[in-house]
Ligand binder design. Structure first.
Ligand SMILES: *[C@@H]1O[C@H](CO)[C@@H](O)[C@H](O)[C@H]1NC(C)=O
Length: 458
């Protein structure tokens, strides 16, 4: 061994020990604020009433949207030798979606679909909270489990419109199913997304969101215990619920796992050198942190700007429908499958319809809240406590449906186990980041399996 190698290995060992000791993730509960206020001005008591809610976007807003789409100013030509999404969304595809949005897309149809589910609003910590509340048909199921499902960015509750029926009435939607268990589904809009009010104060992070959703489930809807499910930011929110309120949770089910503690880092570094020694699943025998690092670097520019200056990037997106659409749809391409960036149309319609994708975008447009959704990154990445908190071990039973094309590289169970009590782990065969939207049936199947194991044995 050359001296330089000895020094390198020694240095690595010191760095790893440092990470392990300092960022290992304490098993002691960290304190978190038990109350907050994010409304405008001075704190006033919440109006705790629950009000039925229907989406009804004013006609002027839709007319203005069409006019703005029509007047879109495009200042560039597609590079002649770039036929795909590798520079960002391909202009030809942008124009195709733009034209469809302007001439064929029917918001009222999407609105009716969403209004098929009962929706309500209530006020918590000064903010109007919007949520879907879908119950199983009366007396059809012996066991009804309250289930909170939480979306992420750049999505909203529309991502759930296909999965909710599988959960709230499985016997009707799964061929031949004869289950005696169904879910009472509560799907809130994160404040600053969809129809929930954006915070008026700085510091509205994923800990505050978890607390507000716990208040929704427990104080407004009177559930003593419930199950929580999420991907993307929703995954962090429901993971925080598991950390903060274990006594209220049967368990947590994720379709994306945040594992940022020191032990997980250590596993990933060592696992990149000795994967066959450390990882049981064959799929991870070529695990490489380097590959993961470069993939993240290539795709995370949006994250850095949203984590630092959301109010600068958000204003332009809120002023140009096609700008907003391009920013969001690029994510629905690459996050559904990273190889889609090499396709001329970004593979957007392989998994979703134009109508579905444009509904996600239109919800941001009509609520004018892309900027507040982007602030959610700043509130996490610029907040040391929020990041430390997400290293806390989750003790409640936790299930993960790991989709192969989710962001970055999928993590082996040994890495995930460092951060949570992983009692259920499924390596899904297909699917990406927007699992509920893309693979509703498969995700619902996994949530049902997890619930059967978790709630039934409690
Ligand atoms: C994981 O969950 C199970 C079931 O609730 C429990 O028995 C076990 O103690 C938990 N493990 C940890 C490490 O918290």
């Amino acid at each position: 061994m050359k001296a330089i190698h000895v020094i390198a290995v020694g240095a690595l060992a010191i760095v790893l020990s440092y990470l392990y000791v300092n960022y290992g993730g304490s098993q002691q509960p960290i304190k978190f604020p038990t109350d907050g206020y994010f409304g405008s001005g001075k704190k006033t008591p919440d109006d705790t009433s629950i009000k039925p809610f229907k989406i009804n976007v004013p006609e002027e807003v839709l007319k203005d949207l069409k006019e703005r789409i029509k007047r879109t100013r495009i200042g560039h030509k597609q590079l002649e030798d770039v036929p795909d999404f590798t520079y960002g969304m391909n202009l030809k595809t942008v124009m195709e979606f733009k034209n469809y949005w302007e001439t064929k897309y029917d918001w009222r149809k999407a609105e009716a679909q969403l209004n098929n589910f009962p929706q309500y609003t209530t006020q918590i910590e000064g903010l109007k909270i919007h949520y879907i509340h879908a119950k199983p048909p009366a007396n059809k199921y012996k066991v009804v489990i309250p289930l909170l499902i939480v979306h992420g960015w750049p999505g909203n509750v529309y991502e759930f419109y296909k999965i909710i029926p599988y959960l709230s009435d499985p016997n009707k939607h799964f061929d031949g199913a004869q289950s005696d268990m169904a879910f009472e589904v509560i799907a809130p809009s994160i404040p600053g997304y969809g129809w929930s009010e954006a915070s008026h104060k700085a510091g509205f992070d994923q800990i505050a969101t978890a607390r507000i959703f716990k208040k929704l489930m427990n104080e407004r809807l009177n559930f003593k215990r419930f199950l929580a499910q999420g991907g993307d930011w929703g995954s962090l929110v429901v993971s925080n619920l598991g950390r903060m309120y274990p006594e209220y949770l049967y368990g947590v089910h994720l379709n994306m796992a945040f594992v940022t503690n020191g032990k997980a880092m250590l596993y990933q570094i060592l696992g990149s050198f000795f994967p066959t020694l450390l990882f049981k699943d064959k799929e991870f025998y070529d695990f490489s942190m380097k590959k993961m690092f470069f993939e993240i670097l290539k795709e995370s520019g949006y994250l850095h700007i949203q984590a630092t200056k959301p109010d600068t990037v958000g204003i332009g997106l809120n002023d140009s429908p096609v700008g907003l659409m391009t920013y969001i749809l690029e994510k629905f391409s690459t996050w559904t499958n990273p190889s889609f960036r090499n396709l001329p149309d970004g593979g957007l319609e392989k998994k979703f319809t134009k109508d579905e994708l444009l509904t996600i975008v239109t919800i941001y447009w009509v609520n004018g809240n892309i900027l507040s959704s982007q602030r959610y990154y700043r509130e996490y990445f610029s907040n040391w406590e929020a990041q430390e908190f997400s290293k806390q071990y989750i003790h409640v039973p936790t299930g993960l449906a790991s989709f192969p094309h989710d962001l970055g590289v999928r993590l082996p169970r040994e890495v995930i186990q460092t951060g949570m009590n992983l009692t259920h782990f499924t390596l899904m065969k297909d699917g990406g980041h927007f699992a509920a939207f893309e693979m509703p049936k498969q995700l619902a199947t996994d949530i049902i399996a997890f619930s059967t194991e978790t709630v039934r044995i409690v």
